[in-house]
Design a protein around this ligand. Structure first.
Ligand SMILES: [Zn+2]
Length: 431
């Protein structure tokens, strides 16, 4: 046994000559295991210029947190040689094979931390690893930045531009996805036309060509349209279902709010109640699809549908637009989709509901791009899936929810980065 302990851990840590484990100290009370690593060379290649066999000048004591061994917190310690080079005249600390320069964690520990942060909120990962979340954020930023710098965006043809906010209604972040490869390409604060220009520059920096982008799926903001015209000259625009339906919901909400404010007695008498709760049920019932109605929502919606309220008309208009989209998904014919949408627009224009008249104008001005979006099932489904992932990324950044941290986590989880360290527990065969 005495022969083997140091040699065993030398190979368990993956060390090779001249690095060897010279001592192992196990402290069961503190649940801690300490490895003393020695560098048995008296001469090393100069890290600065590469000059071979330069003399070791002195040694500096350093420590690293490593993956736990069994239930013990593991630490590596080493007097790291500094090489005094006769060639370049510099005195330089030798790199150690188990950690990157300047880090107090071993590379294996960092790789595990990264793997945990893909699945768990960062704070929770830090608790599991018994370190500070601040320490993890620094490393996430480093590895994600490094991996992203090596990523190639060559051949990107179809992108989706979307916005999200860190807190409701503020702190906007624009995200750009590759809709073919289904990955996040770019995220940045702000949501103006410059954002799209910045994306095009980043695409270029990663070997992509903005002139090769043929298709952009986005919301109807004028800023994105201006940016796309400036920076993605060959791209055909389509407006995705998600955003158009959201605008119809917003128009409907506006009609309901105004009617409740200006004609509260009429609304109450149509619903047969003065109950505030029923009015709230009505709001949710109008927003939700009927299949998701609760009993009290069904009740409120029953009275709404038998009323002559403006809110009832607004709700029918929204449902009709949803039906136009559903039909397009079924028949998949641009001409039929266009005819159905035109019929809806004419109804909306005659509705005497200002928000819907406005929406009809907005859609009419972008008619063919809206129709394209009706038939683009790929991006419609993807945009909604991505929204779910973005919400998870926000939760993962809880406690340190800055824009930079959110963007780092989003890249880590959604960019399919190929140059991140491998999970230290993945099997040797899987690497
Ligand atoms: Zn040198």
């Amino acid at each position: 046994m005495s022969v083997g302990v140091e040699a065993l851990f030398t190979s368990a840590l993956g060390l090779q000559s001249p690095w060897v484990v010279e001592d192992v100290k196990l402290e069961t009370a503190r649940r801690r295991i300490d490895f003393e690593i020695g560098c048995q060379a008296t001469a090393l290649a100069c890290p600065a210029c590469g000059g071979a066999a330069q003399p070791v000048h002195d040694r500096l004591r350093r420590s690293w947190r490593h993956l736990d061994f069994f239930q013990f917190e593991a630490w590596l310690h080493c007097d790291v040689p500094r090489v005094a080079c006769a060639g370049c005249g510099k005195t330089t600390q030798a790199p150690v094979p188990w950690a990157r320069p300047g880090s107090g964690f071993t590379a294996a520990f960092e790789a595990l931390a990264l793997a945990l942060c893909r699945e768990l909120p960062v704070r929770q990962a830090a608790n599991l690893l018994r370190c500070l979340d601040k320490q993890l954020w620094r490393r996430l930023e480093f590895y994600v930045g490094q991996a992203r710098a090596q990523e190639s965006f060559a051949g990107v043809r179809t992108v989706g531009i979307d916005e999200t906010s860190l807190r409701r209604g503020q702190h906007y972040i624009t995200v750009v996805h590759d809709l073919d490869a289904k990955r996040l390409l770019f995220a940045t604060e702000e949501r103006d036309h410059q954002t799209v220009v910045d994306f095009a520059a980043d695409l270029k920096a990663h070997g992509g060509d903005p002139a090769e982008v043929r298709h952009v799926c986005m919301d109807m903001s004028a800023a994105y349209a201006k940016g796309a015209a400036l920076a993605l000259p060959q791209a055909q625009i389509s407006y995705d279902r998600f955003h158009v339906i959201a605008m119809a919901n917003e128009a409907m909400d506006q009609v309901r709010r105004e009617e409740m404010r200006d004609e509260a007695p009429a609304v109450r008498s149509a619903l047969g109640t003065h109950d505030r709760k029923t009015l709230r049920q009505l709001m949710w019932g109008m927003r939700r699809n009927p299949s998701g109605w609760s009993r009290s929502q069904t009740n409120a919606m029953h009275w709404l549908q038998h009323s002559t309220l403006r809110s009832a008309r607004a709700w029918r208009l929204k449902r009709a637009l949803q039906a136009v989209y559903a039909a397009a998904r079924e028949h998949n014919k641009p001409d039929d989709a266009g005819a159905d949408l035109r019929a809806w627009l004419s109804w909306a224009r005659r509705s005497r509901l200002e928000p819907f008249k406005k929406l009809a104008t907005t859609i009419k001005d972008r008619f063919s791009a809206v129709v394209r979006g009706m038939l683009d099932h790929r991006s419609n489904a993807y945009v909604e899936a991505m929204n779910g992932l973005l919400q998870q990324a926000k939760r993962a950044a809880r406690g340190f929810r800055t824009a930079a941290n959110f963007i780092t986590i989003a890249y880590l989880r959604m960019s399919k980065l190929k140059h991140l360290p491998a999970h230290p527990f993945s099997s040797a065969g899987a690497r």
